[in-house]
Design a protein around this ligand. Sequence first.
Ligand code: HEM
Length: 191
Amino acid sequence: MSALLAAQRDQHKLTEDELVGNLVNLIFAGMGTTTRQLASAVADIVTAGEWERLAAEPELIGPAINESLRFSPVTQLVVRIAQEDFDFGGVRFPKGTRFLLNLLAASRDPQKFPDPDTFDISRVTDDSRLPFGWGVHRCLGQPLARLLMEEGLRLTLARLTEVGIVERDRGPHPAEMLGGPGRLVLTFGRR
Ligand code: HEM
């Protein structure tokens, strides 16, 4: 945000409208995604019965976040426009075709992820192209998002035990770009 403000104020590289648009985009892209993905990770870990194992083995926090990004991706789709004609799966797509790429379906693809409907923190999913996109629009905040979620989960694991889920809302419709629970109610004890 500081760099964007400086670019507009000192270097005159952005108009005021472009500055405001970029700041709004950054807040939208950074806040709801990270908080909802962290809530999803907590819910996934509790549901899979892995809370105490993770508390005892914090080195598994990174893999657990990766698996939650696959199992419950908050970015449910990304948008693309074909830059040239091409064929895929025997279908012709002309230049200019608009696509909604379904990340919910892609991350449960059994050809890429064996037993895809199981939340498995020992699964190796270090390829971040699905949850964070790729190409020129690849997520700008990926390292920050991982850091926030890992640190948030580390603190929560260190403080809470006997965690149970009382309520997890289903989140927005799968056709919305951003999913994940807006509300996750837990019962817990203090460690
Ligand atoms: C769990 C958290 C996050 C997830 C799952 C996520 C996911 C994504 C995805 C899928 C895209 C689109 C990529 C594409 O179209 O190929 C994206 C773009 C973007 N993300 Fe994130 N993101 C997260 C957190 C953040 C954070 C913390 C920030 C900033 C602080 C951020 C900033 C952005 C920006 C600015 C873009 C647009 C990039 C562009 O169009 O050039 N994201 N993110």
